[in-house]
Design a binder for this molecule. Structure first.
Ligand SMILES: Cc1ncc(COP(=O)(O)O)c(C=O)c1O
Length: 304
């Protein structure tokens, strides 16, 4: 999806003009892919622009960096404030937010420890990631021949920059084959997740999602779906799924900050169907929650 430029990008404590937010070609992360990032959204709420679950996203950024042995040269509070400030100065009522921790210029070679660590935060208006229509009609999915990372090869719990080569391979194969999105299995053959989204099925009224041990990232939207399901009195379970469980699901959907909550229409050409009643209920509650319309989830709306 194309990026619409905004005014300022936060880089290592300074707000710089969009066009000046540049790095040297010998920036370490460009060559070896180490680094971590977050994808966050801010929504318009009755009380003003609010970042959805910012605290959890910044925590995950610190956890990703800890896993990758990268020390962020800013405190948790500094990055919370910087994120809010970047949204504020760009004057956007709603937007996508991309904090990035990367290894900078000055060192080359595979030992990242001496590298300078840089942090940037960019924001821009971003529409519906899988297309406006996807929210209603659902997406067609393909199970990829690319597997999700083995935890002893690339730790799936880290939202690492280089991790997403795997997602891109799966996305390219799916798009080239005429599908909207890919589903990846774990090396053990269990359903893991999509290229940038968690996955759920609904079977006999129960919402089921794979565990992190199947290689799924612990999604913040996934956690919101869990809490929303609980609030709606819908049973929710985290357990391993086989690809055949997808084919025979009553309903299926995916969740992620970029994609939001999207019904799955088919998997490997097996039709699951139109957006089902439980998906519809959870999706509607999710969009109310992000827009600050559900008092029981008001703590998720972090005002800028
Ligand atoms: C691989 C992967 N899985 C799942 C998700 C969904 O996570 P969240 O809901 O926190 O955006 C993302 C997005 O960050 C992702 O990149």
């Amino acid at each position: 999806m194309p990026i619409t430029p905004t005014s300022k990008i936060w880089m290592d404590g300074q707000l710089v003009d969009w066009d000046d937010a540049k790095v040297h070609i010998l920036t370490h992360t460009l060559h070896y892919g180490n680094g971590a990032f977050e994808g966050i959204r801010a929504y318009e709420t009755p009380k003003g622009t609010a970042i959805f679950r910012l605290t959890e996203h910044i925590h995950r950024l610190f956890d990703s960096c800890k896993i990758l042995a990268i020390e962020i040269p800013f405190s948790f509070d500094e990055l919370m404030d910087a994120t809010k400030e970047t949204v504020r100065v760009n004057g956007l009522a709603s937007c996508y937010i991309r904090p990035l921790v990367y290894l900078g210029y000055g060192e080359m070679g595979l030992n990242p420890l001496p590298c300078p660590v840089n942090v940037s935060i960019a924001v821009w208006p971003w529409g519906v990631y899988l297309g406006e229509e996807s929210l209603r009609t659902g997406v067609n999915m393909m199970i990829s021949s690319w597997q999700r990372h083995d935890p002893n090869a690339m730790p799936p719990a880290a939202k690492g920059v280089g991790h997403y080569i795997n997602s891109q391979m799966a996305k390219v194969a799916a798009v080239n084959a005429g599908y909207d999105e890919a589903i990846l299995l774990s090396p053990q053959g269990f359903v893991s997740e999509c290229t940038g989204e968690n996955l759920f099925i609904v079977k006999n009224g129960v919402v089921i999602t794979p565990p992190t041990s199947a290689g799924a990232l612990e999604g913040i939207t996934q956690n919101a779906v869990h809490k929303i399901a609980k609030d709606l009195g819908i049973e929710y379970r985290t357990t391993n799924l086989l690809r055949s469980d997808l084919y025979t699901a009553d309903e299926a959907f995916l969740s992620g900050t970029a994609a939001e909550v999207v019904p799955i229409r088919s998997v490997d050409d097996r039709i699951i169907g139109d957006r089902g009643p439980i998906t519809t209920e959870i999706q509607a509650a999710f969009f109310k929650a992000v827009r600050g319309e559900l008092p029981q989830f008001e703590q998720w709306n972090e005002l800028v």
